[in-house]
Ligand binder design. Sequence first.
Ligand code: UT7
Length: 326
Amino acid sequence: MGVRILGVGAYVPDRVLTNFDLEKMVETSDEWIVERTGIRERRIASEDQATSDLAYEATLRVLDRTGMTPEDLDMIIVGTATPDMPFPATACLLQARLGIKGRPCFDLEAACPGFIYALEVARGLLSIDDTYRHVLVVGAETLTKITDFTDRNTCVLFGDGAGAAILTKDDSDRGILSAYLGGDGTLADLLYLPAGGSRRPASIETIQNREHFLKMKGREVFKYAVYGMQESVVRALELAGVKPEEVDWLVPHQANLRIIDATAKRIHLPMEKVYVNIDRYGNTSAASIPIALAEMEDRGLLKPGQIVVLVAFGAGFTWGAIVLRW
Ligand code: UT7
């Protein structure tokens, strides 16, 4: 018995922040941002919108698309690095909004590959026995809440959004064919949020030092990201026994168009087979892949039987790829 994605849905906040808006905020230019990243604009959550609100909207859309109700969901996993609060889990807040008291719910923090990690955990739980039949997997982020809009090195990169998928058991040949996950915690300080946890609890000093905003050594992260994304795709394809030329769609985490290009080149995949929406949303971390899948569904790009490869790399470092037959 396999596990497949029954449907996907996504939500992004209404407010658009363009590169031209950023030109007025920091020493940058539309030209630099487009050339170095491929990003033209991103969405920004409103002051009263938290991650669970975005997750809720994305969930309503996947329920609508699959014709299911919240009661059909047996478990909720939310992949996020920007939870509403350290606890309770964003998944619990989402469960309450959905009105399905009693169903298990937890967050999974694996940064940008959070959705891929969560898919693999859900696959494992669905495979155990008949306890769970439908698992809701959400990737949701409000990264702009931890972005320092005085730091041009990072503030041009990130955006907010959410995507949701419902997973179910499936005895056809459709579904997840392989997953390859990896991590390297020795490189944690290349991309991290210094304060607000037990290492550096919130204090006047942490606020004055702007330690509640994410820090990234972009150039170094870039090198590891290219390698991590490429290796993940190659290893996951090997595990699935799928040749690169059989791939119909590569759906990569949207961190940088140059990283996406390099990943596609590694398996000689033409860019027509690579889904790119970084120009409109920037880097939405764990939300980027499910947002892309939902858009692809909306546009009728995903056809049953197609081979789809999901791949991501992020803070931790963590990385991973999933090969599936749609
Ligand atoms: O989500 C997964 C994890 N994240 C990633 O995968 C992101 C990985 N890193 C990247 O995507 C790229 O490294 C960045 C887009 C962050 C930066 O691009 P880069 O080509 O690596 O630029 P750089 O950091 O080497 O900076 C080049 C120059 C520097 O100036 P100098 O020192 O050469 O004079 C920067 O100060 O560009 C400058 N710079 C900017 N200039 C205009 C940095 N940010 C900006 C900016 N506007 N926003």
